[in-house]
Design a protein around this ligand. Structure first.
Ligand SMILES: [Zn+2]
Ligand SMILES: [Zn+2]
Length: 818
């Protein structure tokens, strides 16, 4: 047995032993509290990078800590394996997406194992295998039967380069494709939708969840609930069947300030209402706006353009005729595709009116308004003006009064609208779960019976993107018989959005091999919901939102008895290198494998936790990780030296023993409190401080053997979640039974951990002015801060200048002032 710390040898040794013993396998145990610790499963786009480690290693530390606290901890791992990136990568490399994905999974699994995590590998799930996607299809059918799935033609985002429809969430700033940055255009297609909007209100509330505030706000804004009024404006054109235009407004108080209306260029009324002399201009404008994406059209930076149709609508509240314009900033898919315009009280309308010389009428007077035309839109509350019977009323009050008037007259009614749209799940790509639907000439749309699942993805389809699903050209897949009438029929050829696969994977971990349903209800009842979920904040309005919808929907279908999937959520920050985000083009990518084989996984784990507060991230620095490696070597040497050093059974110096035990218990307290709050960086700083102290005590030989052992055992146990291999090895060498990872986490003694206090005397110019309690460990800087913060001292120092401070540790502080 060598006495040198050799992480390569001990890490491989313990990983093999833990694996052989099934140390981290868990089963349901009703006698212990359960803890479901989950990190977002990685996408299988390549090998594991440092970002994965930064998400996974600290969450493993927390899961291990919970195990030692006596929880029955399930900590599973799996792979999110369907979807565009894998398919695109496979096409680029001329290999099948299945082979590409499975190769990546092998690499990633091997890398994950080197991390020394307490994953229960027997629970692994992979979303692209039939044993898994069979149940994704099953959920689709259940949602369909529950009335939460429908098919509709809708304008969709189309990426001409990826040749696929994209969800709104996949269109990034500037109307670009998230994957390839190509400008996204629009097309109409028959698609499958999930009725997520039915849960809009529920999804806005997070009251039972311990989640970061910013994620809750992002989700709330994504739902975008607004209260307002639906109101109709009159139309009177011979030959035009429609006699009104309906709009929605959140500002009924401004309705008497309407000086024009705007329709979306594609609004069906535009062609009917446009006068012959305006036709050419209007047609040109429609063509131009079709070339733009929604995002471009909604951009606030863009100059406001528009064209007058030549037609007018009537504002029923004052009988006024207002001109009808078209403008691309109004979208047909949001609201009614028509808006009223109040330039005096809306910034966008103001700009538009100024551009086109449309009148601007103030109906809400700012405080002290002279009656002159406004220099800019006034959007705040004020006093009603130019509004007939409502004049003089505070505008907040007029809001209700005008709405009541509108409802009484039958011009409209109160209503609520949402930004949230239903979830489009159809993808015209190969690498996804086939949608289990059949089209029959006689019966129409027929769901595949559950007992016929899975609808297998044919391995031999030509999967190159064409704009239509590659499955369309795979005869053996398309041609089937109708489940109802047995006549020849055709399969749906679109595949599902991968976010469907990841909306329920956390249920599968509870019973990964169960084959009678997507999950064993008893096991889900025991393990779910997830107690601690960890992952990137970039999933705020996608994965985290969809998964919440999914659980709420299947709860309503009676499949589960809880309504939120993730009780606690933590978003880790980002690791940067050389002051920048890591990227291949910048050449600053840190490959975790190199460091693991060089310095060991324990060092990489500990270093990642030390670089900064976990939620903020930090900068990777080679000298920093060397420092961490040196510290673990010091821990190793300290523990072994302690065993070789003969310490007395009775203490030589009772004061030293008292201090050691105090430090031991104070460290247990600090480490525990920091672990609870994911303050790993300060936790490690305390442990480092503690080891420095222990080294000094050992050199002095001033303490007895039992308080030394208490200290060393505490050190190893406190460090066990962070450095699982090193501590297992040292624990065994100290003669303790295997495994340290079955030991209870240490608990501090309140009395021993308590800080000893002394009375700090504060003098000002030599005169006694105050006496305060202070901990004996206080530094001079802390003592100064404490003294200066005392109200009596503060008052004495007011307007004076402190020219000198004399500090006698654990006694007094004299402030010399002028
Ligand atoms: Zn693209
Ligand atoms: Zn049929």
């Amino acid at each position: 047995m060598t006495n040198r710390y050799d992480p390569q040898i001990i890490e491989a040794k313990w990983q093999a032993r833990w694996d052989a013993d099934g140390l981290y396998e868990v089963t349901e145990d009703p006698t212990r509290p359960k803890w479901y610790a989950l990190t977002m499963f990685p996408y299988t786009s390549g090998d594991l990078h440092i970002g994965h480690w930064y998400a996974m290693a600290p969450s493993d530390v927390y899961a291990r800590y919970k195990r030692m606290q006596g929880y029955n901890v399930m900590h599973p791992m799996g792979f999110d394996a369907f979807g565009l990136p894998a398919e695109n990568a496979a096409i680029k490399r001329h290999i099948h997406p299945l082979n590409w994905t499975m190769q990546n999974i092998d690499t990633m699994r091997r890398q994950l194992k080197t991390m020394g995590s307490c994953y229960d590998w027997g629970r692994e799930v992979i979303t692209c295998v039939p044993e898994y996607y069979k149940w994704t299809q099953w959920f689709f059918l259940r949602l369909y039967k529950g009335g939460l799935v429908y098919r509709a033609k809708a304008p969709v985002n189309w990426c001409p380069s990826c040749q696929t429809v994209l969800a709104n969430e996949q269109v990034v700033e500037g109307g670009k494709c998230e994957r390839c940055s190509t400008a996204v255009t629009r097309e109409d297609r028959e698609q499958w939708f999930l009725r997520i909007t039915r849960y809009a209100d529920e999804l806005m509330y997070h009251s039972t969840l311990q989640w970061p505030e910013r994620i809750k706000i992002m989700q709330k804004n994504w739902v975008g609930r607004s209260e307002g009024v639906d109101i109709s404006f009159g139309l009177d054109y011979p030959g035009v069947e429609e006699k009104e235009i309906c709009i929605f407004t959140t500002r009924p108080d401004t309705i008497l300030g309407v000086t024009f209306m705007v329709l979306a260029p594609e609004h069906p009324l535009v062609r009917k209402l446009t006068t012959p002399e305006r036709r050419t201009k209007v047609e040109e404008y429609i063509t131009a706006s079709r070339r733009q994406t929604d995002i471009e059209r909604l951009s606030t930076e863009k100059e406001k353009t528009g064209v007058f149709t030549g037609a007018y609508a009537t504002n029923r509240l004052n009988g006024e005729r207002v001109p009808i314009w078209i403008a691309d900033y109004v979208l047909l898919s949001y609201g009614t595709g028509a808006v009223m315009a109040v330039p005096a009280h809306d910034t966008r309308d103001f700009e538009f009116a100024k551009n086109f010389g449309i009148p601007i009428r103030t109906v809400i007077a700012p405080p002290g308004w002279s009656g002159a035309e406004l220099a800019e839109a006034y959007v705040d509350p004020g006093t009603m003006a130019n509004s007939g019977q409502f004049n003089g009323m505070p505008s907040e009050k007029a809001m209700g009064a005008i709405t009541n008037f509108i409802e009484q007259k039958g011009y409209g009614k109160r209503t609520i609208t949402y930004h949230l749209r239903d979830w489009l799940i159809s993808r015209q790509r190969y690498w996804g779960a086939p949608i289990p639907m059949v089209y029959c000439d006689r019966c129409g749309i027929v769901p595949v019976p559950e007992e016929n699942l899975p609808v297998l993805l044919p391995p031999d389809a030509d999967f190159k993107p064409t704009g239509e699903s590659p499955l369309k050209y795979c005869k053996s897949f398309v041609e089937t018989s109708c489940p109802q009438c047995k006549a020849p029929a055709q399969r749906e050829t679109d595949t599902m959005d991968t976010f469907m696969c990841s909306s329920w994977y956390f249920l599968r971990y509870a019973s990964p091999h169960y084959d009678r349903s997507a999950f064993d209800p008893e096991k889900v009842k025991y393990w779910l919901p997830v107690d601690q979920y960890t992952g990137g904040a970039e999933h705020a309005v996608m994965h985290l939102f969809y998964a919440r919808f999914f659980i709420k929907a299947i709860q309503d279908l009676g499949l589960v008895d809880f309504d939120e999937p993730f009780v606690r959520l933590f978003n880790q920050g980002t690791i940067i290198a050389q002051k920048h985000k890591m990227s291949k083009s910048r050449g600053n990518v840190v490959n975790p494998d190199d460091y693991v084989s060089d310095l060991g996984a324990d060092t990489v784990r500990a270093y990642l936790m030390f670089v900064g507060p976990w939620e903020q991230g930090g900068e990777w620095d080679d000298s920093g990780i060397s420092g961490m490696s040196r510290w673990l070597h010091r821990v190793w040497n300290l523990v072994l030296q302690g065993e070789e050093t003969p310490l007395p059974t009775e203490a030589v110096d009772p004061g030293a023993v008292k201090e050691l035990r105090h430090r031991t218990h104070k460290t247990i307290k600090r480490v525990t409190e920091d672990l609870e709050r994911f303050r790993y960086n300060t936790m490690l700083a305390y442990l480092m401080e503690f080891t420095n102290y222990l080294a000094k005590v050992l050199a002095d030989k001033s303490v007895d053997v039992s308080s030394w052992q208490e200290a060393i055992n505490a050190l190893l146990l406190l460090l066990a979640p962070t450095a699982p291999h090193l501590t297992e090895e040292l624990w065994g060498r100290a003669g303790h039974p295997y495994s340290i990872h079955h030991q209870p986490f240490p608990i501090w003694d309140m009395d021993l951990a308590a800080e000893e206090q002394f009375i700090l005397v504060i003098q000002v110019n030599g005169k006694l002015r105050d006496k305060i309690n202070a901990p004996v460990s206080i530094t001079e800087t802390e003592a100064r801060e404490l003294a200066f913060s005392q109200p009596r001292i503060k008052a004495l120092l007011e307007g004076k200048q402190v020219t000198n401070v004399v500090y006698v540790p654990q006694k007094l502080m004299n402030l010399v002032v002028r």
